[in-house]
Design a binder for this molecule. Structure first.
Ligand SMILES: [Zn+2]
Ligand SMILES: [Zn+2]
Length: 276
C-alpha cells in the first residue's frame, strides 16, 4: 500500500476560544492539527482543540508513539495540554518539541509554568506517559521516524514562532502560523517551507484592511497567504488561525473571495479531514 497522510483540524481559531452560535460551522477551539502519517500521529499545537483529539486517539488506541510540535507556547497554542488524554496513559510515549525558546527558556519550563499553582493544580509530573521535552534550533531538520522528516524555520511573531514542513511518502504539508508579514517583502522562511507543498496551512487572522492597523501583532492575511502560495507553487492553501470575532457568515465571504482569486483555497474547519 502506498503511504497515506491526512490532516484533521481540531482547533482553527486564534487568540482565544470562541464557541457559540456565530462560530458553529468553522469552530471555536484554538489551534490543534492532527497529521496522521499512516500509523504515526503528529500533532501541531495544544490549543483547546487538543482535548477532543485526545479523546478520539484514546478511543481508537492510537498515539502510542506521538510527536507534538509546538509552533510556540502562547496560551492559545498551549492551554489544552493538561487535558490531553494520551499523556495520562502509561503505555504511551510522547515527545514534545519546540524551537522558539532557546537559549534562555525551555519548552519544559513553559509547560511547568502553565501547570503550576495558582494557574493549575498539578504539575506535568502527573503525566503517566513517557514524556520528553525537546528544544531544537529553528532552521533544523528533524527526523521523527526514518520516514517522517520535519523541516523548521522561524516566523515573524512576538516572542518568536516556528513554521513546519512535514514530509512523508513523497507528500508535504507546510504549517505557517503564527506569523506577520511585511508588505511587498515576502517572507523567505515561509516561502521555503511552502515550496511545492501539497497543503499549506497559513495564518489568515486578518483581512488586508485590518492588517493596516495591526502590522506588529504577529499575524497575517488571506491575501498574503495567496501571494505566498502562488510564489511557492504550493497546491492547496488552507486559511487558519481565524480571528475569534469572525462569524461563520464573514468566514464564508472570505472563502468565496479567496477561492475566486486562487481556486481550491479553503478555510480550516473544525472536524474536517484532508487526505493526500
Ligand atoms: Zn496564536
Ligand atoms: Zn502567538
Amino acid at each position: 500500500m502506498s503511504p497515506q497522510i491526512s490532516v484533521t483540524f481540531w482547533g482553527v481559531r486564534g487568540s482565544i476560544a470562541s464557541p457559540g452560535p456565530s462560530t458553529q460551522r468553522y469552530g471555536g477551539n484554538t489551534p490543534c492539527i492532527e497529521i496522521q502519517c499512516d500509523d504515526h500521529t503528529v500533532v501541531i499545537d495544544a490549543g483547546t482543540g487538543i482535548r477532543p483529539l485526545g479523546v478520539k486517539l484514546a478511543q481508537q488506541g492510537k498515539g502510542k508513539n506521538l510527536d507534538l510540535l509546538f509552533t510556540h507556547t502562547h496560551m492559545d497554542h498551549l492551554v489544552g495540554l493538561p487535558f490531553f488524554a494520551p499523556a495520562y496513559n502509561p503505555q504511551n510515549t510522547i515527545r514534545f518539541w519546540a524551537g522558539h525558546l532557546l537559549p534562555e527558556r525551555s519548552l519544559e519550563g513553559a509547560c511547568r509554568h502553565l501547570m503550576s499553582d495558582p494557574l493549575f493544580p498539578v504539575p506535568p509530573d502527573v503525566f503517566q506517559a513517557k514524556v520528553s521535552f525537546i528544544d531544537f534550533d529553528e532552521n533544523s531538520t528533524i527526523s521523527l521516524t526514518p520516514e517522517i522528516t520535519v523541516k523548521t524555520a522561524p516566523l515573524d511573531h512576538p516572542g518568536r514562532a516556528t513554521g513546519y514542513r512535514i514530509e512523508y511518502g513523497g507528500k508535504s504539508i507546510a504549517v505557517v502560523t503564527d506569523t506577520a508579514h511585511v508588505p511587498d517583502a515576502p517572507n523567505n522562511n515561509a516561502l521555503k517551507l511552502m515550496h511545492d507543498a501539497d497543503i499549506v496551512i497559513y495564518d489568515a487572522m486578518f483581512t488586508e484592511e485590518e492588517f493596516k492597523d495591526r502590522p506588529d501583532w504577529g499575524h497575517s492575511t488571506w491575501e498574503e497567504g495567496i501571494k505566498l502560495a502562488n510564489m511557492a507553487s504550493a497546491k492547496q492553501l488552507v486559511l487558519f488561525h481565524h480571528d475569534p470575532s469572525r462569524t461563520d457568515e464573514e468566514m464564508d465571504k472570505i472563502v468565496s473571495e479567496a477561492s475566486k482569486r486562487r481556486p481550491g483555497t479553503i478555510a480550516a474547519r473544525e472536524g474536517e479531514t484532508l487526505t493526500l
